[in-house]
Design a protein around this ligand. Sequence first.
Ligand code: GN1
Ligand code: MG
Length: 399
Amino acid sequence: MRHSNVQAAAGRVAPAAPTCARPDRPRAIDMHAQTDNTASEIARAFGLPGSAIGFTPHGGGHIHRSFVLRMVTAHGDRRYFAQQINTFIFERPAIVSANIVAVTAHIRRRLAAKGAIDLARGVLNPLRTLNGEWACESSDGRIWRVFDYIEGAATRGAVCDARDAYEVGAAFGEFQALLADYSGPPLIEVLSGFHDTPARLRGFDEAVRADCAGRAAAAAPELRAIDRHRRLSPLLMELAASGAAPIRIVHNDAKISNVLFDANNGARLCVVDLDIVMPGLSLFDFGDMLRSSATLAAEDEPDVSRVNLEVELFEAIIRGYLSMAGSFLLPIERAHLVTAGLVITFEQALRFLSDYLNGDRYYTVTRTDHNLHRARTQLALLEQMARRRVELERIAMAC
Ligand code: GN1
Ligand code: MG
């Protein structure tokens, strides 16, 4: 099926770069404020059985704050996954929930039809409040959503070997395949122009011009690196705008930390973090996988000399992806796999560097120059992809 709203959005702008006047994102959470009281309020709102006995921070996403909420009940302990939604970025949480509910319902039906036995661990299960909403507001004004906790699952922060890289490719290929016949309510473009790279580039240029945080001079080598790759910016949006590549439902944050694995046998369970599942190009996810999983280095590795493009991982991602998506991908999509890696890596470099220049208002930072280090890893990877492009294209063609 086709989703015309992204086609129409092809020329729209990504979220505007913060201007110097924009107030800082209320980033730091006082952990002492996350009292038992908050946990109990959430439990009450969602009608969770038993009493709340634990509320522990979980995971390291850049955007939301996540907690494991433990309830003690007459039948033993039960755990839930509670997330405080970042309303600075997701200004309309109800829309995000509507998409997640629609997508998970479709996936659940598809898995059931295929005879999947472990449905509870095959797809996220968002919970409703007693009022029938998908989120609640705690007395301190924060917005919370809750999922059943998927027990016996493990996450991996980064790929360790080709096996991991294959699993990432297969996970997001399967996710796209499960949604290929999506027929629920039209998904809303939660963050408009999310992968509109030319708009991201304009936002970046604006951030350089404004230089709110007085950091442009410190990033001079990175600004020059961006300049060398400017011509990448329209390549994917042109495919979307012309209709040459189909608009599908895609995940938009395709990295290994968003895949759950069975903690005992390592088998792939499901894909999580469905906030920005939206209509888009399959290539957005594929490019993001190359960006995030074709290297062993962490996204925020401070020593850029450790950021190497690993051809073995690159090939494993493609093979894993094609094992699930090969049946529906069109030749035009297959022909742009490497291009997608370059464009999305460039785009992520723009986003990290823009945030650095804007004074760290979007991504959570935990150390000085954190966003600058992140931008450097992306640029290092990009340089290597660009330099080895012919070889990568040859490998991709042979997969
Ligand atoms: C953000 O919070 P997290 O890690 O799920 C971001 C992605 C970036 C990613 C980089 C809504 O996701 O777009 O690719 O960081 N999500 C949003 O790791 O901006
Ligand atoms: Mg995410």
